[in-house]
Design a binder for this molecule. Structure first.
Ligand SMILES: [Zn+2]
Length: 225
C-alpha cells in the first residue's frame, strides 16, 4: 500500500509505503537536490524499484525489525549509506524476541549503519537540513527527524495520533519517553506535521490538545496550551 501526499511548504514530494509484519510506514522523500528514505519496512525495496527511485540515503528512526526489514536491500540497491543512532544490533532489532513470541520464522538481513547520528545534530541531506532528536523510551536508539523548513517531523514510533510508542519492550521506559517528548518536541512549532511509523498523520498541536498520554502524564500541559 502506498499513499502520495504533497507538502504544505516548499517543493519536496513525499510518498509513503506501508508494509511488513506491523504495517510500518517507510517514507520516500524527493527533495530539491535528491531523494532519501526514512525507514525501510519489508517490501519497501521492491516498491521503490517500481517507482524508479534514486535513493541517496536511508535514515532509520530506530532498528526495530518492522522498520528495517529491507534496510540491507535498499542500501545495496542504491549503494547508499544507512544513518542511525546506533550500530546494527539484534538487541535493537528485537527480531529474535518477536520470532519466539509470535512463533514465526523471521530473518532480517543484517545491515551496516555507516554513519552514526548524534543527539541534536543537524543533518545536511539532499540540500535540506534535518535535526536529529534523540527520544529513547520506545527503543534506546529512537530518533525523530525534524525538518524545520517543511514543518515536518518524522516521528518513528515515539508519538502517534492519540498515542505514544509502546514501552514494554526491552530498553523501554514510559518515563523516559514522556520526558523526551516534553524536552525535544514541546519547543517545536505547533503546526509541525508528525509523520509516524504507524497509523495516521497528526500535528503537534493536536497531540498537545488531545493525546491522552500527554494530558495525563505531563502536568501543566493543558494550562500552557
Ligand atoms: Zn518500534
Amino acid at each position: 500500500m502506498s499513499n502520495a501526499f504533497g507538502v504544505g511548504k516548499g517543493m519536496a514530494d513525499f510518498t509513503f509505503f506501508t508494509g511488513g509484519p506491523a504495517q510500518t510506514h517507510g517514507y520516500w522523500v524527493r527533495a530539491a537536490q535528491g531523494q532519501f528514505v526514512v525507514d525501510a519496512p519489508e517490501g519497501m525495496a521492491q516498491w521503490l524499484r517500481g517507482q524508479g527511485a534514486k535513493i541517496e540515503a536511508l535514515l532509520l528512526t530506530h532498528q526495530h525489525f518492522d522498520h528495517v526489514g529491507d534496510a540491507a536491500e535498499v542500501a545495496a540497491e542504491y549503494g547508499c549509506p544507512i544513518l542511525g543512532f546506533a550500530q546494527h544490533s539484534k538487541a535493537l532489532t528485537l527480531e529474535l524476541l518477536y520470532a519466539a513470541s509470535a512463533g514465526v520464522e523471521l530473518s532480517i538481513p543484517a545491515f551496516q549503519v555507516s554513519r552514526l547520528l548524534k543527539a541534536g545534530e543537524t543533518l545536511q541531506l539532499c540540500g535540506e537540513r534535518l535535526q536529529c532528536l534523540h527520544l529513547p523510551g520506545h527503543s534506546p536508539d529512537s530518533l525523530a527527524f525534524h525538518w524545520a523548513a517543511r514543518e515536518i517531523l518524522f516521528g518513528g514510533d515515539v508519538l502517534f495520533a492519540g498515542s505514544v510508542g509502546r514501552t514494554d519492550l526491552p530498553g523501554g521506559s514510559m518515563t523516559q519517553l514522556l520526558e523526551g517528548i516534553l524536552r525535544e518536541l514541546r519547543p517545536l512549532p505547533e503546526a509541525t506535521r508528525v509523520l509516524p511509523g504507524h497509523g495516521p498523520q497528526t500535528t503537534l498541536k493536536r497531540e498537545w490538545q488531545v493525546n491522552p498520554y500527554l494530558q495525563e502524564s505531563l502536568p501543566g500541559l493543558r494550562s500552557q496550551a
